[in-house]
Design a binder for this molecule. Structure first.
Ligand SMILES: C[S@@+](CC[C@H](N)C(=O)[O-])C[C@H]1O[C@@H](n2cnc3c(N)ncnc32)[C@H](O)[C@@H]1O
Length: 294
């Protein structure tokens, strides 16, 4: 397999520590100085009218409703929190497990902090898990390391592989790609004959959803979460969902409608199967074996 052209991030422990919300090991400041510093910073933030949510300094509920420029590396700013969020609510993990996928080589394109890659490691002998966010890959390496998984910092469009994969999987990622058609064609080229591709992405269930609508949705989720998890986790999820960092991220996301999804994906994968999931649509397609391999 060709090596991936990726930048090395080595063993940058301070980055990894911060990514999972831990103080870097080489921090030398005493606890009292840190406490005092935190109080002083908090007072200044209050004074300038901003709040700190989950370690990233952002105005809470910014007044501007202007969509932000989409930047997938936005995940870099809250990798540890995203991992906790995804761990607390993963409605698609169970669905994926139900597909009972097995084979030799799998690619998780846009693997985030490695949840699905780890699940695949149970039924594939080799898993390449690639994501453009270095902090998320650090979290994955720390929390979901596995001898069958190779985590790489790379855009999915830079993954090149001579052997091809039995499974190409991408969950919740393709809406970040500026050229969706090119990304779909590239992922298709990585599927070996007889192999399959499973692509799941968010769709616009409420066209042009606003911050207010997302906050109202978070309140509804809170009521539901309080019945299925510890109160402190449910409350943490609510604060994450209504925090400025996550709302900014959602405002920069652009989703297809379910119909557009089927059209765009169906153009590249004729004959694919589609299924509508709660906030997403999933597509499954297999490359045939033989001279007419599609
Ligand atoms: C919503 S998260 C989903 C992560 C993971 N698949 C999951 O389900 O938990 C979207 C992910 O796409 C990644 N991403 C965005 N653009 C990418 C690209 N061009 N190549 C690879 N990953 C990308 C982000 O860094 C982020 O980890």
């Amino acid at each position: 397999m060709n090596p991936l052209p990726v930048p090395s991030i080595g063993t940058n422990r301070p980055i990894a520590d911060r990514a999972i919300g831990r103080e870097p090991a080489d921090a030398t400041r005493s606890a009292s100085r840190r406490w005092f510093g935190a109080r002083a910073r908090s007072a200044v933030r209050t004074w300038v009218g901003t709040r700190t949510w989950f370690g990233t300094r952002k105005p809470f509920l910014t007044k501007s409703m202007k969509p932000l420029k989409a930047d997938p590396r936005l995940f870099d700013a809250f990798a540890g929190d995203y991992d906790r969020y995804a761990g607390l609510c993963d409605p698609l993990g169970e669905w994926l497990a139900g597909l009972e996928l097995t084979g030799d080589r799998a690619l998780d394109a846009g693997c985030g902090s490695g949840r699905h890659a780890l699940a695949l490691a149970g039924s594939y002998t080799e898993v390449l898990a690639a994501d453009v966010s270095a902090p998320l890959i650090e979290v994955a390496r720390i929390r979901r390391s596995h001898q069958r998984i190779r985590y790489e910092v790379a855009s999915l469009t830079d993954v090149h592989d001579g052997e091809g994969f039995d499974l190409v999987l991408s969950m919740g990622t393709l809406h970040h790609l500026s050229d969706l058609g090119a990304a779909l064609a590239h992922l298709k080229s990585l599927v070996r004959p007889g192999g399959e591709i499973v692509l799941v992405d968010n769709v616009a269930t409420v066209p042009g959803a606003t911050r207010r609508q997302y906050i109202a949705g978070a309140a509804r989720e809170l009521a539901h979460d309080l019945r299925r998890m510890r109160a402190r986790d449910a409350w943490w999820l609510y604060r994450f969902r209504t925090g400025a960092v996550w709302l900014d991220h959602l405002m920069s996301d652009h989703y297809l409608t379910r119909a557009q999804y089927r059209d765009r994906y169906g153009e590249v994968f004729p004959g694919a199967d589609f299924v509508d999931l709660s906030f997403a649509t999933a597509m499954r397609w297999r490359r045939t074996i033989g001279p007419t391999a599609g």
